[in-house]
Design a protein around this ligand. Structure first.
Ligand code: 3PG
Length: 409
């Protein structure tokens, strides 16, 4: 169940000093230039609302992971946000040291400050329960400087780190507009009024996807689960009968053959799983061809024409469609048609469409309308679809009990 959580509009925001956890974790090129600004743009409505109410707004985000490329400072992010907001977003090269504290104290109504990458603080790299993180140095040092905490970083909601779960236990907390639309989309997914419900699951994260299928099946959340990508190959093998040696080779090469018994148990449990009828393959001589699933003669790279038609037909009357993971190898334009066709079929239906960010979100582009929700979350969406409570939601639920006296949360 997704609890009711207080949102920005539930509090009198007049001139508060507000800490907002955003997710500005964006892809960067080798020179550190931002390649996609959509995650920054997503938070503009929340920040604007706070500024219009006269708040002094301090933003906190991570960028990348220590030791990996893309683990950098947030100065370029502040410049992008300045452009979107049309006002100067100050940046301080510090998270909780004297420079940050002094800037936070100086910040006036209607001003915005972005702190540096919160993962520069070692505590932020530790996964621990909210009660532990509420006592972290980061939280004890910064919380007294604020009147309100706003959580807007859905894409981090599966992490149990101090900036995500620590502040809600010690500060009055609400969710921002990004988080609100993500929570609403999750509610629709578990709401039986939206029926029939069709899930289209592909991509390369097979273990995560099997967990989702298990949850959907156990809780009867899906009327159809249309599989594509590697997970579909696992289900082909799990169904038995004649399985192409190419399929088995892909599964062996990717270390996925061990997933087959689990997929078989899912099928035997009665999960409504469909597999593709045909595939676009690359043959041994390098040519590209289409062949039926029962006679695959090459490495499968995308779903074929019959599958596109069948899946389109199965989506036609859906009231909710959830899509996660591409149907083919999108990096190569020859193998994009499957994903593109699934998206346009879903958009043609009258269903509310939830798209699991990343690659598919980019394919939707500007065609996303009122009835489409492109999630900002990767791991967070997977965890929610797999039926697990997100640590951020747990902490916010506790916070609502404590600061709003919301017993039904
Ligand atoms: C994401 O990109 O999924 C979020 O920003 C979380 O990043 P993480 O996987 O490094 O915690």
């Amino acid at each position: 169940m997704i609890p009711k959580l207080p949102i920005l509009d539930d509090v009198d925001l007049g001139k508060l000093k507000v800490l907002v956890r955003v997710d500005f974790n964006v892809p960067l090129d080798s020179e550190g230039r931002i390649l996609d600004t959509s995650r920054i743009r997503a938070h503009v409505a929340t920040v604007r609302k706070l500024l219009e109410a006269g708040c002094a707004v301090v933003l906190m985000s991570h960028q990348g992971r220590p030791g990996e490329e893309g683990f950098t400072q947030l100065k370029p992010h502040s410049e992008i946000l300045s452009n979107y907001l049309g006002i100067d977003v100050r940046f301080v090269e510090d998270v909780m040291g004297p420079a940050a504290v002094s800037e936070i104290k100086k910040l006036s109504s209607g001003e915005v400050l972005l702190l540096d990458n919160v993962r520069f603080v070692s505590e932020e790299l530790v996964e621990a329960p909210p009660e532990v993180h509420a006592r972290s140095f980061l939280v004890r040092r910064l919380a007294p400087l604020f009147d309100l905490y706003v959580f807007d970083a859905f894409a981090t909601a599966h992490r149990s780190q101090p900036s995500i779960v620590g502040f809600p236990l010690v500060l009055k907390s609400v969710i921002g507009y990004v988080m609100r639309s993500e929570v609403e989309a999750l509610r629709r997914i578990v709401n039986s009024d939206y029926s029939p419900r069709v899930f289209v699951l592909g991509g390369a994260k097979v273990a995560d996807t099997l967990k989702i299928v298990e949850n959907l099946s156990k809780n009867r959340l899906a009327d159809r689960i249309l599989t594509t990508g590697l997970v579909a190959l696992v289900f082909h093998a799990a169904r038995g009968g004649k399985v192409s040696e190419y399929v088995l080779k892909v599964l062996e090469d990717r270390g996925l053959i061990t997933m087959v018994p689990r997929a078989r148990r899912i099928l035997l449990g009665g999960a409504p799983v469909d597999v593709p009828l045909d595939y676009v393959v690359v043959k041994n001589d390098g040519t590209v061809d289409e062949c039926p699933a029962s006679a695959i003669v090459g490495v499968p790279m995308d779903i074929g024409t019959y599958t596109m038609q069948m899946y389109s037909e199965l989506m036609k009357d859906a009231k909710l469609i959830v899509m996660r993971g591409p149907a083919g190898y999108l990096e190569d334009p020859r193998f994009r048609a499957g994903s593109e066709s699934l998206i346009s079929s879903a958009l043609r239906s009258s269903a509310f469409l939830v798209i699991g960010g990343g690659h598919l979100g980019a394919l939707v582009g500007d065609s996303a309308g009122e009835r489409t929700h492109v999630s900002t979350g990767g791991g967070a969406l997977l965890m929610a679809l797999a039926g697990e409570e997100l640590p951020a939601i747990r902490a916010l639920r506790e916070s609502a009990r404590k600061f709003f006296n919301w017993s039904d949360s």
